[in-house]
Design a protein around this ligand. Structure first.
Ligand SMILES: [Zn+2]
Length: 241
């Protein structure tokens, strides 16, 4: 159970592989951390198939990628990283995974959840599709005590998430200015040495963030589909980024 003496607002990013969140929403996560949020990452897999190296093994690769993710989290100020260690590429939309994510939400008690937009068209990675769907379903389940009552022991209670932001979305309706955290985002991505390949990752990421920013009149931005959870207590405003 989380530390109840820590009254900071909380943000949780739920994603599939080490580097997903750092590529897609780490500029925003770093802004929230700068504004006093406690940040947590929850990863469905440790990315054990993410290599073209014929000598790579799943065991060695997942160890490397977990270490890379922990280093990137440190750069961003993400205080907790949870590895669920499902096999890469084999995450499914099913009830056990929903239950597992509901438990993480009840433990982490986030005010805000970031995850993949489950309705993104033509998303080819099955893990990305499954994580977005199950994370949203877990947000819905975590708030009611009759879902998974066996989890509600030792002080753990149901938990209501007020704001969900989908990343990798076809329907952005909210843009976050990441100009102030652009360098942190690039530094975090450089931690993922096994994934970033040749060339300057900073250049690629700046270009992408500039293109997104153009849609919103910002220098550098990340885009989201914001989904307010319209149940009482009353809808909270967007956090102060
Ligand atoms: Zn991924």
């Amino acid at each position: 159970m989380s530390d109840t003496s820590d009254t900071r607002p909380r943000v949780m990013a739920i994603f599939a592989h080490p580097d997903d969140a750092d590529f897609i929403c780490s500029g925003t996560i770093a802004r929230l951390v700068a504004n006093g949020y406690r940040a947590q990452y929850v990863l469905a897999t440790s990315g054990d198939k993410g290599s073209a190296d014929p000598n790579a093994t799943p065991e060695a690769l997942s160890a490397t990628r977990e270490a890379e993710q922990l280093a990137a989290a440190k750069v961003l100020g993400v205080e907790e990283v949870t590895f669920l260690r499902h096999p890469d590429g084999e995450v499914e939309v099913n009830l056990p995974f929903r239950r597992e994510l509901a438990l993480e939400i009840r433990r982490g008690r986030p005010d805000i959840v970031f995850t993949f937009d489950p309705w993104q068209r033509y998303q080819i990675h099955p893990d990305h599709r499954a994580v977005g769907q199950c994370a949203l379903d877990a947000v819905a389940a975590a708030r009611d005590h009759m879902y998974y009552p066996e989890q509600l022991v030792n002080g753990l209670t149901e938990h209501r998430v007020h704001n969900v932001y989908f990343f990798a979305t076809d329907y952005p309706n909210y843009y976050v200015d990441i100009t102030s955290t652009m360098e942190k985002k690039i530094a975090a991505l450089r931690c993922h040495a096994s994934q970033i390949g040749e060339g300057d990752v900073g250049e690629r990421v700046r270009l992408r963030a500039r293109l997104v920013g153009q849609e919103a009149g910002l220098e550098y931005a990340e885009a989201f589909h914001y989904l307010p959870m319209m149940q009482p207590p009353a809808l909270k405003r967007h956090p102060q980024w």
